[in-house]
Design a protein around this ligand. Structure first.
Ligand code: BEZ
Length: 246
């Protein structure tokens, strides 16, 4: 994925703002070694660092990591694929916010996280769950002739599916929840910005002109139900989990 780190920071800051709730669930202790998987432009790893944590962040996007390093030169950031983190029993906790749904082989990701943790270490994560952005993705797909469902880019499991995978990877599920979080996209162009930033992958190899048409069509379709004078609502559903490495 070729991410636009400036558009991410400029218009989608709510991603790391919501992440503060997940940090509360993580309950970091100063001195702990914690890895942020899918750290984006580094805000949450930096927030952990400011609380005295030995924080590190990894992301598979070079542009996100470049931006993270520029913003927070004191924190360690690396380009790494979460399917193969290459750490052995290094971290007290692995944390992840709004990233796991992008990862194609969730079982491999869980095994790789499990290996990275010290015995007794914890995984604390939030990501899109079953039903997440259903209206938005259906509307984009509706604009595309002969959409191949194999191209659907995200993994939005139910809590049952995901906790089963956690247990197969060797975690004890200490906490799991699946909840609706309608999410505000600010401004009259909020949905247009969201689809430009995140929906591009749903559109696959369409030409730039086709993509423009699809975005305009999708925004018009969504308007009646999801636009409110000067903001939009995105139909987010979240999964939150805590797993303990046994
Ligand atoms: C999410 O955080 O739920 C999400 C973000 C971008 C694309 C799909 C889902």
């Amino acid at each position: 994925m070729n991410w636009n780190a400036q558009l991410y920071d400029g218009k989608h800051r709510f991603v790391s703002e919501f992440g503060q709730d997940v940090i509360k669930l993580l309950a970091p202790v100063a001195g702990e070694k914690i890895l942020d998987v899918g750290c984006g432009t580094g805000d949450l790893a930096a927030s952990l660092f400011s609380q005295g944590v030995q924080a590190a962040g990894v992301d598979q996007s070079p542009s996100m990591i470049q931006e993270a390093k520029q913003k927070y030169p004191d924190v360690s950031f690396l380009v790494r694929d979460a399917h193969d983190l290459q750490y052995e029993e290094e971290f007290d906790a692995v944390f992840s916010n709004a990233a796991i749904h992008w990862m194609k082989q969730p079982g491999r990701v869980l095994t790789s996280i499990w290996k990275s943790l010290k015995p007794g270490g914890r995984l604390v994560a939030e990501f899109g769950g079953k039903g997440n952005v259903r209206a938005i993705s259906r509307t984009i797909i509706h604009q595309i002739d002969d959409y191949d469902s194999k191209m659907f880019p995200w993994f939005f499991p139910s809590v049952g599916e995901y906790t089963c995978m956690m247990e197969q990877a060797g975690f004890r599920t200490a906490f799991a929840e699946h909840f609706h979080r309608p999410t505000r996209l600010e401004g009259a162009d909020g949905m247009h910005n969201w689809i430009t930033m995140f929906g591009d992958v749903v559109m696959g190899a369409q030409t730039p002109e086709e993509k423009k048409r699809i975005i305009t069509g999708a925004v018009n379709e969504l308007k009646e139900e999801y636009f409110f004078t000067d903001y939009w609502i995105a139909d987010y559903w979240r999964i939150r989990v805590v797993g303990i490495k046994e």
